[in-house]
Design a protein around this ligand. Structure first.
Ligand code: AMP
Length: 394
């Protein structure tokens, strides 16, 4: 178990907190503040406990240079509105300078300030020790609450913990609790659902999950690489040619390990890769040479719903089809609805499946939706995430 802000005395302490304020902006205006509101419980708790709170984050890819396009000023303004009091914005092209240090030193208990975009500094993404030391010099304690960057060893996510005791905020606590217990100590039957475009990207996740799950369900574009490995005609479907052999190996591994690995039995095919086009529903043995697979078919949907209904823990990563197009979203919607209706612990890996669940308005029906695409995949791969490894154990 990792220490959280609840395990330490915050009164009168200066706390530097890594948040994920990487929000979408259009002409300097925040178009979706979900990431800011998600960070509020941790910030409000620290304020209520009397800590002086120094927030830091990256925003976009300024490539190690100060760039007004990527300033965190709009985030400071929104934070002030949400907190109902001023959040001091410590603007500096170098993030930490003498003026910023003075502001941090003068910050009182219950007050909040936000540093400038940490990626204005080249050293940040290289985990530069000097920059980490500068950040650490502002505070007594480091709190990591940015799960989306926890798989990166950067100065503000990991390096800073070389100089300060580190604990997690509530967001990382929740991610570790649900992703961790799903993978390490799942209630059984444990079903994993993997989809998305390419098998290649998810090989290590599938390999790791094969050691843990009772049933592994495959969907999305990656299904056709499995079909190919089974010697089936896949027409013009997306194919990850480099992964055909790997797909064969994964099927063999599943069998050897006694995992029920299920590949779609029927397909919604399309003539062209667009919503309005000729379609055909057929079994996997009957795919026409001039069509592509765009979604799982109705028989597969029923099969997958039955597996989901039996599960006690479900982890889902990657859509079942091209869900961005209405005509090919049915499989993904059906899986999302089956998860929403299930009594199982439902954990949605970040990225496209999280977007799909939110798009269908089913977000609040899931046990946990991970906020980090890359980070949740690495977690499911069984990798140690540097931003979590630095947090002290209880
Ligand atoms: P990933 O980033 O690997 O999780 O893949 C997500 C993307 O896979 C989404 O944009 C889907 O539209 C796409 N996808 C899912 N099924 C298919 C398919 N049958 N053919 C092409 N792309 C697909």
């Amino acid at each position: 178990m990792k220490k959280t802000v609840k395990d330490i005395d915050l009164k009168g302490k200066k706390v530097i907190v890594r948040c994920d304020f990487n929000v979408p902006l259009k002409e300097g205006v925040i178009t979706d503040d979900t990431r800011i509101t998600a960070a509020m419980p941790t910030i409000e708790y620290m304020v209520a406990e009397g800590a002086a709170v120094i927030l830091m984050s990256h925003l976009g890819r300024p490539e190690g240079e100060a760039n007004p396009k990527y300033t965190l000023k709009p985030v400071a303004d929104r934070l002030s509105e949400l907190l109902g009091k001023e959040v001091i914005f410590a603007q500096s092209d170098v993030v930490v300078d003498d003026e910023v240090k003075a502001k941090a030193a003068a910050l009182g208990g219950g007050e909040v300030m936000l540093l400038e975009n940490v990626r204005f500094r080249k050293e940040e993404t290289k985990n530069g020790a000097e920059f980490a030391k500068e950040l650490a010099s502002l505070a007594d304690i480091f709190v990591n609450d940015a799960f989306g960057t926890a798989h990166r060893a950067h100065s503000s996510t990991a390096g800073v913990a070389d100089y300060l005791p580190a604990v997690s905020g509530f967001l990382i606590e929740k991610e570790v609790k649900f992703l961790g217990s799903a993978v390490e100590d799942p209630k059984r039957p444990f079903v994993a659902i993997m989809g998305g475009a390419k098998v290649g990207d998810k090989i290590s996740v599938i390999e790791n999950l094969l050691k843990k799950v009772d049933t592994l369900i495959i969907g999305g574009g990656m299904a056709y690489t499995f079909y190919k490995s089974m010697g089936l005609e896949i027409g013009t479907s997306i194919l990850d040619a480099d992964s055909i052999e790997l797909a064969t190996e994964l099927l063999k591994k599943a069998e050897a390990q006694g995992v029920n690995m299920i590949i779609p039995v029927d397909v919604v095919c399309a003539k062209e890769f667009r919503n309005e086009t000729e379609t055909l529903v057929c079994s996997r043995e009957e795919m026409p040479a001039d069509m592509m697979g765009m979604d799982i078919g109705p028989k597969t949907v029923e099969l997958y719903k039955a597996e989901i209904a039996k599960a006690a823990t479900i982890v889902w990563n990657g859509p079942m089809g091209v869900f961005e197009m209405e005509n090919f979203a049915k499989g993904t919607l059906a899986v999302a609805e089956a998860l929403a209706e299930s009594n199982a612990i439902t954990v949605i890996g970040g990225g496209d499946s999280a977007a799909a669940v939110e798009q269908f308005g089913l977000g609040d029906k899931m046990t946990h939706i991970s906020t980090g695409g890359g980070a949740s995949l690495e977690f499911l791969e069984g990798k140690v995430l540097p931003g979590i490894a630095v947090i002290q154990d209880k």
